[in-house]
Every structure is written in C-alpha cells, then in structure tokens.
Design a protein around this ligand. Structure first.
Ligand SMILES: Nc1ncnc2c1ncn2[C@@H]1O[C@H](COP(=O)(O)OP(=O)(O)OP(=O)(O)O)[C@@H](O)[C@H]1O
Ligand SMILES: [Mg+2]
Length: 248
C-alpha cells in the first residue's frame, strides 16, 4: 500500500519478561476507520504508545504519510497532522470546555512564542468554537470540564484530539464507560467527521457494537500478536477471535 497514512512495521515491545507487543505490522489507508480490538492486556495501548512516541519500541519502524517517525516526540507528530486520545481522560477539570480545547490547540501547534507574545487564546477561539459546535457541546462551552458528566468529558476529550485539523487520529477507548445515548452520539460524530474531512482513524474499543458499526476494517490483537484482520462481518464470525475473547 503506497498511499498509507500510517505504516507500522515489526513493532516489538517488552516490559521486563512481558512481551506486550510481538512483531506487529499493519498499514492504514487514507480515510479508513480501523478498529483495534483484543482482550485486556493484549497490547493495544502499548502499540499506540509505540506509534505515538510515548514509548520507544524495542524494534520496528513507524511512518506517517511516508515520514519515518520512530522515536519522534508528540509535538512533531502533531505537526505531521496526528491527534490522539489516551485511555485515561486527559481533560483539565478546573478549566472550561472552551479553554480545554484551546489548550489542546496550543499543544498541537507548540506555540510557546505565541503564548508569550500573541493573543491569550493564540487566535484559536474561532476554531475551538467550530469544534465545540461540531461535537454539540455548545451549551457546555463555559462550564468547568469537571462539572460535566463522564460521557460529556469523554466527548470533550475526543474533541480535543481534533484541534488543528489532523489527518490521522488515534483514539484509545473513546467509548469506555460511556452510556448508550452518548455512545451513539460519539459514533455518529466520528463518522460524520470522517466523511466530511476524509480523516483517518484508528480506534481501540471494547464495545463490539460500537466497533462493528463504526469501523471499515478491524485488527484483532491477542497476547501481543495480530490474530485476525478483516471487515467487521468477517471478524464477528472468526472462530479464533471468539476463542481469544472467551479464553481471555
Ligand atoms: N508501563 C508498563 N510497565 C510494565 N508492564 C506494562 C506497562 N504497560 C503495559 N504493560 C503490560 O503490557 C501488557 C499489555 O498492556 P496494554 O496496556 O498495552 O494492554 P491493552 O490491550 O491496552 O489492555 P486494556 O484493554 O486493558 O486497556 C499487559 O500485560 C500489561 O500489564
Ligand atoms: Mg489499553
């Protein structure tokens, strides 16, 4: 695949005696919504962190739009148009919804100088407001993030990954612990964003209904290895996948 937005080759990562990721390779094409599923502890978050520079893989290579990014810091990845969320919420509870999103935009741009010398919002308020409207958070714009429901905070957390108009967004369990109404809303917004902007997603998620109805392709990890890959309907009926979940 030459038009890969993300290419991951032979990634390995161990923690002491635990081989968390064992020789994983895959590519993601422009506009795809790739699901990454697997039982607890199968290496999904570790793989994300190796891709995004939070962890240094023991071996292997990662490229984003043809640029080798192994060992690259998050700031440079942002410049390449990569956004992400973490498995744990990373909103600032004492700050407003708007300020959380503006701060995410400043991090993406790395605008230290503009923070010192520019407008206090680094000119990001309009962009933040567009994103707030897109995720239907306008009625909560000036609320402290900590006052929002858990589901609303997860939505805000996801929205923060979209400042600076990324081409590729990696989401680690965006629907974890979220109620059904918010889950449907999040899925619908991600789908629309993908359709409107052609943005590529890689989504880790345990909620099967969410993954099956959102993703165009799914990769299944078990014990650090890819055990299956295919369209949602193929994955749903794959015996190895069923066994990995029941066994896990
Ligand atoms: N920083 C770390 N130090 C030591 N071991 C770790 C570390 N991070 C992950 N592990 C181990 O690596 C393995 C993979 O963990 P990882 O968090 O990647 O799994 P996961 O698929 O994201 O699981 P979950 O679905 O529960 O989030 C597990 O055995 C875990 O205990
Ligand atoms: Mg995880």
């Amino acid at each position: 695949m030459t038009d890969a937005v993300l290419s991951v080759r032979n990634i390995r990562k161990s923690f002491g005696g635990i081989q968390a990721v064992r020789d994983v390779s895959f590519e993601v094409a422009r506009g795809e919504i790739l699901g990454l599923i697997g039982p607890n502890g199968s290496g999904k978050s570790t793989l994300f962190n190796c891709v995004l520079g939070q962890l240094k893989p023991d071996s292997g290579a990662v490229s984003v739009k043809g640029h080798d990014v192994a060992g690259t810091r998050a700031f440079r990845l942002n410049k390449l148009g990569v956004g992400r969320t973490f498995q744990q919420l990373s909103v600032f509870p004492e700050m407003s919804v708007l300020d959380n999103i503006i701060l995410a935009g400043q991090e993406h741009r790395g605008t230290m100088l503009s923070r010192l010398f520019g407008a206090p919002d680094a000119g990001l308020t309009d962009e933040a407001d567009r994103l707030i409207a897109f995720f239907k958070l306008a009625h909560l714009r000036d609320e402290k993030a900590g006052a929002l429901s858990y589901g609303q905070q997860k939505l805000l957390d996801a929205a923060m990954a979209f400042m600076a108009g990324p081409d590729l967004v990696l989401l680690d369990e965006p629907a974890g612990g979220v109620n059904l109404t918010m889950l449907a809303h999040l899925k619908e917004r991600l789908k629309s964003y993908n359709q409107e902007h052609g943005t590529t997603f890689v989504v880790i998620e345990h909620n099967m209904e969410f993954v099956m109805s959102l993703c165009t392709r799914i990769i299944v990890l078990a014990e650090g290895r890819i055990i299956a890959e295919g369209r949602p309907e193929e994955i749903r009926s794959n015996q190895q996948v069923i066994d990995a979940y029941l066994g896990g």
